[in-house]
Design a protein. Sequence first.
Length: 320
Amino acid sequence: MKKKKQRDKSSGVTRVRNAPGSGSGYRQWHLPFQNALCVTLEADDGHYSISPERELTRKPLRIDFLILKKDGGWHMKSRLGRLLKNHTILEYKGATDRLGIDDIYKGMAYISLYLSSGTGDSEQSKKIPDAEEVLLMFVCSVYPRKVMKYLGDVFRGETEPGIYRFRIWKTDIVIMVQSRLEGEDFLWLRNLSLCVDAVEFDRMARQALARPEDKRRDELIQFIGEANPHLWEESERMCKIFEEVERRGERRGEERGKQMGIALGEERGRQAGIAAGKLQGESRLSGLIQILLQEGRIDEISAVTSDADERTKLYNRYGI
């Protein structure tokens, strides 16, 4: 089945024909890519943070992702994690985009701004890092021939399939080509594309189905399935996988809604209790003041309204 594509140059979003029941034809790749990053870095959970759409200046100038290592004592276990430095600026090109020479210049500008600003939400990012602590990483689906040729003089080698290293001034640069990655560690990043093999999809689906509470994998399976309608034509099993992922998402949504409803109910109950207590307290005080007025003890009214102990003593005396 042929797919019609239309590129919206202003937004970087591509329109493709979706799988049955998938809704709008416009597809944004960055959130699924973030999920794939997190899945690939699973072995290092809790030891890094990712900030999507990180603002570099007060005006709208943002890098795609900033990955910060949380502590220097942790040795990253995932293959992707071992590539990272303390500060990694990551620019991502979706399956329908291409990495160009202008992106390299823009990335170097981001590095310069980041090194000079030293601004951020955390104490770590408020400190201006040394250039040696910063990595500029580009992730793209297609091998960027023009860029590779342009950077030939600063090329430092292909450390493993699909991972190319460069060095400009004191800045290390990594270009990761998703389609050329190998191994189980890069399964999800490699297959965030428009040409996923049925065997690879089946491996990912088995992982996702074995983890009922894994929202990231479920969302990735759903996104990749929609982006690759040829998978639906090849196997009825793919439809069943997709349906199961959707059902699990619905169940998670129902449970979240239930918890939110319980929390809302408890809060409303608390507020109602406060209001009832306040009304009861006002009624008791009003009754006590009425008794004092009847007995001509006007001078004591000021004391009972400001002194809780005196008020309680008189409540007990008059049985209020």
